[in-house]
Design a protein around this ligand. Structure first.
Ligand SMILES: Nc1nc2c(c(=O)[nH]1)N[C@H]1C(S)=C(S)[C@@H](COP(=O)(O)OP(=O)(O)OC[C@H]3O[C@@H](n4cnc5c(=O)[nH]c(N)nc54)[C@H](O)[C@@H]3O)O[C@H]1N2
Ligand SMILES: Nc1nc2c(c(=O)[nH]1)N[C@H]1C(S)=C(S)[C@@H](COP(=O)(O)OP(=O)(O)OC[C@H]3O[C@@H](n4cnc5c(=O)[nH]c(N)nc54)[C@H](O)[C@@H]3O)O[C@H]1N2
Ligand code: SF4
Ligand SMILES: [Mo]
Length: 891
């Protein structure tokens, strides 16, 4: 056996950009125990609930195991020949500009490097973009405008040293949980203050000292006011401004125009004058400030300006690249940063070089590239528009699921069906993108099988190492590209492995660099294979002969030609669209704690299924009343682009006029719940990043006549018209569904699906509309279908418990169909702690019995005592308990 397949392996979590180190101990049978790596500087041993559940996601079910051509199994030879022929034909007939690549911030750096080199250097198409366009593009554009390069100046350690941490447009408690815990530690141990800027009340708010529910899109009014006040109160760092920056006066003048006085700022941001004043005071009086920002800033029609509004304030105070001081863009995907390094974005070339003639010439020479792309290519939204228009004929999608996650997703899905050649490199067999007419599917080695590097939010490069063999004919993504490239006769694609690719990438970063470019890892350009295997996490830049550099820019040294940072005079803020009579509400979208994007991996873990088990439409009580919606009812959400039907959750934490829904669910995991079908595709003019957080929508109640649950040991196909969501259980699947059809009619359609297995018993009560079918085999429940006029949460929970049992007692078997819910007990509410399956009711009980803080509740119930991801929600629950005085505010 390969030595790597036994013992424990240090690798990196494949989810968010925190980039936690994990230690994996494979059991030799395809499973593995996963713990946090105490030596990894990003997490010091901590993991969030997604990381902790990684072991549950590495099973082989649902995997794509063989290449297919037109859904017929093929060999790698056949598949690579088919693609090479198709690309050659497209090149001959239409030219390189008719070929596009849509890549992903989840690719390893080595995969990404090879794909970018092949496409831009050899095929010669500039149309290479990535899902990072939907994610980090505004940060990249903002960094480049301000610093002359895409550089994050600070590190996570600055969170430990800050006196004030500002979160703008970030639900870090759920999306960067390990960093959020680090911020909480800074609060608890050092009295750091946490300010949370988000129009919604989120789990992140529970651990914030000041919550600023800014009106959507108006962040830059707030930061303009801050800049203006810093100047007015003479709190800027004049020496830094004079020595290391330019354009301060123009930016300041614009900030005055955008934010002339406190009352107009209050009116435009919907914040109270007191809160705004407090925010400004905190920034002024607390010297060490880190501002973290994420998608509430980036995914915006003026995301780049929002980024620069933040950077302006840090530059003006010289609070950048110093211990505890600086802006820190939180990257979403595990290798969002690495993708930027290799030039995955359509407006970059490679190794942080752009398309100037000099840079083009340099990269072409280094690669020996015959047809280097001439200039910037189409960004994601424009790329799929070009597919729709027929201007792009061949598309290769790698490690992303755009049929679910692109805005205006119905249009994107329809466009893909028009392609002459549509290739998808995927780990799973049945994603929405695969189903959108892919001609060739290439099976990718997944996390745990593949080998390479990733870069996290703080520019730290870590290794991902394999601990499982690749199943079937799966191969790492870089090999997909190399096989085709070699067939097309291109030189420079015969790498022995990821180490060889890494060396080339590192060498290019240092090539004719001499300190002129920020990204330089020349120190590891000559690393041998053993060194690569053993590589420990390091920050870039790591120039040859120097040490890795953690912080940048404290003493200037920006990467613009004049070495100065630029203040940006931003445009007045706006949203792409305002609400209208037809679409009176604004749809905000985002993430839930326990799921990752389109759920192709987290959807496999039973532990992650029950925290938020379905996409709920959250809106505040007044809007709900106005639109005739009730909690637990259903709403049709419609925009100019498409519609979904979601269960309603009345949430006083939503501001008036805003509704929120998560975008994780797809046609593969549900029906009528693909939220990006509704989302508009208007983009920031500078970054091309879509405004995924503000789409005008109409909502109307849908009167469901039936609701129910279907339990089965294997996924069953369900009709597309049925509103439903699938939930992974330990040994099977549960589907929650709802329909406007009457229970009897719906039962008639669905009962056929469950088939004739085992001992089937049924009950039909036409008077009350209750229909139940259950099949047992050797006293074990095989399938169950319950249809009723309304969902019965407690009964469904009980049924799921019965489904988990190997044997049902006679009493339980009787109770199954008896139509009694007595055995079911009370509704325990949602699951808060996924690690120990603790529900809300149990936590409330602990509170009632005297546990008054998160630790005390943990001692009684175990909730929050493992990964800690649920601690913010427990805190929020405690804060909301009647009779409890408001928590003290430490200013
Ligand atoms: N659990 C989980 N974690 C993840 C992911 C996941 O899928 N699941 N994905 C990863 C990825 S790729 C990314 S990019 C990150 C994203 O991480 P985040 O950006 O933290 O997550 P989101 O939920 O997309 O959005 C954050 C917040 O922006 C707010 N917002 C909306 N409009 C505005 C506005 O105008 N101003 C401000 N200030 N806020 C606004 C929303 O209300 C929302 O709470 O998460 C990463 N981590
Ligand atoms: N409405 C709305 N839409 C959004 C967002 C939002 O906030 N709101 N956020 C946007 C953001 S920030 C992001 S990052 C995107 C994310 O969106 P996507 O990247 O489209 O979503 P994922 O589910 O992460 O897709 C990754 C795919 O790669 C497959 N895969 C897994 N491992 C491998 C592998 O090793 N190789 C290959 N080739 N494939 C593999 C998975 O099965 C999955 O299908 O969504 C964007 N869309
Ligand atoms: S915070 Fe969670 S999801 Fe993100 S890298 Fe760490 S363990 Fe993985
Ligand atoms: Mo992202």
């Amino acid at each position: 056996m390969d030595a790597r397949l036994s013992g424990s392996i240090k690798t990196t979590c494949p989810y968010c950009g925190v980039g936690c180190g994990v230690v994996v101990s494979p059991d030799g049978n395809g499973s593995a125990a996963v713990t946090g790596d105490t030596d990894h500087p990003a997490n010091h041993g901590r993991l969030c609930v997604k990381g902790a559940a990684l072991g549950e996601t590495i099973g082989l079910e649902g995997r794509l195991l063989y290449p297919t051509i037109h859904r017929q199994r093929a060999t790698w030879n056949q598949a690579s020949a088919f693609i090479a022929d198709g690309l050659k034909q497209t090149l001959e007939k239409y030219g390189a500009g008719a070929i596009a690549f849509y890549l992903s911030g989840q690719l390893l750096t080595e995969d990404y490097y090879v794909a970018n080199k092949f496409a831009k250097g050899f095929i010669g198409t500039p149309h290479v973009d990535t899902n990072s366009r939907l994610c980090m593009a505004s940060s990249v554009a903002g960094h480049r405008r301000a610093f002359g390069s895409d550089t994050v100046p600070n590190t996570y350690e600055d969170l430990d040293e800050a006196d004030l941490i500002i979160l703008a447009g970030s639900n870090a408690a759920w999306c960067h949980p390990v960093l959020y815990q680090r911020m909480q530690t800074a609060r608890e141990t050092r009295g750091a203050i946490l300010v949370n800027i988000d129009p919604r009340v989120t789990a992140t708010s529970a651990g914030a000292d000041l919550s600023l529910p800014v009106a959507a899109g108006m962040d830059s009014v707030l930061f303009s006011f801050l800049l203006s006040e810093l100047a007015r109160r003479q709190k800027t760092d004049r020496a830094f401004i004079a020595a290391h920056t330019s354009s301060f006066d123009a930016a300041l003048a614009r900030a005055h125009e955008i934010a002339p006085d406190l009352s107009s700022v209050a009116a435009r941001t919907s914040l109270s004058a007191e809160d705004i004043a407090r925010f400004v005071d905190l920034f002024i009086h607390r010297e060490r400030v880190v501002t973290c920002y994420s998608q509430g800033v980036n995914q915006s029609a003026q995301g780049t300006d929002k980024v620069n509004a933040i950077l302006n304030c840090h530059l003006a105070t010289g609070r950048i690249g110093k211990p505890g001081c600086g802006p820190l863009s939180l990257t979403g995907q595990p290798n969002a940063m690495g993708g930027r390094e290799v030039g995955g974005l359509a407006n970059m070339l490679a190794a942080h070089m752009g398309y100037t003639p000099q840079e083009r010439e340099r990269v072409a020479r280094f690669w020996g590239a015959p047809h280097l792309a001439g200039g910037e290519g189409r960004k994601a939204v424009a790329m799929f528009d070009a597919v729709a228009r027929g201007a792009i004929k061949a598309l290769w999608v790698m490690h992303t699921n755009p049929a679910v996650t692109m805005p205006r997703a119905d249009g994107v899905r329809a466009a893909m069906k028009k392609l002459d050649l549509f290739v998808v490199s995927e780990a799973m067999s049945a994603t929405d993108t695969n189903e959108a007419g892919a001609h060739v599917l290439l099976p990718a080695s997944a996390w745990g099988e593949k080998d390479g590097t990733v870069t996290n939010s703080e520019r730290r490069i870590s290794r991902q190492r394999p601990f499982l063999p690749a199943p079937g004919d799966a191969r790492p993504d870089w090999e997909h590209i190399c096989l085709v490239a070699r067939r097309m006769g291109y030189a420079g694609f015969d790498y022995e492995g990821p180490a060889a690719i890494f060396r080339e990438h590192a060498a290019l970063s240092a090539f004719e660099n001499d300190g002129s470019r920020d990204f330089d890892i020349g120190a590891v350009a000559d690393i041998d294979d053993t060194g690569y295997q053993a590589l420990t996490p390091f920050h870039w830049p790591w120039r040859k002969g120097a040490k890795p550099q953690d912080r940048l820019f404290a003493a200037g040294g920006f990467f613009a030609p004049d070495g100065r940072a630029r203040f940006v005079a931003i445009s007045p803020p706006h949203l792409a669209h305002r609400p209208s009579a037809a679409y009176p509400l604004m749809l905000n979208t985002g993430r839930v704690r326990d799921h990752w994007h389109t759920m192709t991996r987290t959807g496999k873990a039973p532990r992650l299924a029950r925290h938020v088990s379905e996409p709920l439409l959250a809106l505040n009580p007044d809007d709900a009343a106005h639109h005739g919606l009730r909690s637990g009812g259903y709403a049709r959400v419609e925009s100019a682009h498409g519609s979904v039907t979601l269960r309603v959750d009345i949430d006083p934490g939503l501001p008036a006029g805003m509704v929120f829904a998560p975008f994780h669910w797809s046609a593969a995991t549900g029906g009528l719940v693909r939220v990006d079908a509704v989302v508009q595709d208007d983009v920031d003019p500078l970054s091309g990043q879509p405004e995924s957080k503000a789409t005008p929508v109409a909502v109307e109640p849908v009167a469901m006549a039936s609701e129910g649950i279907l339990l089965s040991r294997h996924p069953l196909p369900l009709p597309a018209w049925l509103q439903h969501v699938r939930l992974r259980l330990a040994d099977g699947e549960a589907v929650f569904f709802a329909s406007t059809r009457a229970p009897a009619a719906l039962q008639a359609v669905l009962a056929n699906l469950t088939g004739e297995n085992g001992n089937r018993a049924s009950l039909a009560d036409h008077d009350t509309g209750h229909f139940r079918v259950a099949s047992l085999q050797a006293d074990r429940l095989e399938t169950a279908l319950f249809v009723a006029p309304q969902r019965e949460e407690a009964l469904f929970d009980w049924l799921i418990d019965m489904f988990a049992k190997d044997k049902l007692t006679t009493g339980e078997q009787k109770a199954l169909l008896a139509g009694r819910t007595a055995d079911a007990g009370p509704d325990l509410g949602p699951l808060l702690c996924s690690c120990f399956a603790v529900r809300r009711a149990t936590i409330s009980e602990a509170f009632t019995s005297g546990a008054r803080d998160v630790d005390a509740i943990g001692a009684l119930t175990k909730a929050g005592t493992n990964c800690g991801s649920c601690r913010p929600e427990i805190k929020a629950l405690i804060n909301a308990m009647p009779g409890l005085a408001a928590p003290p505010v430490n200013a």
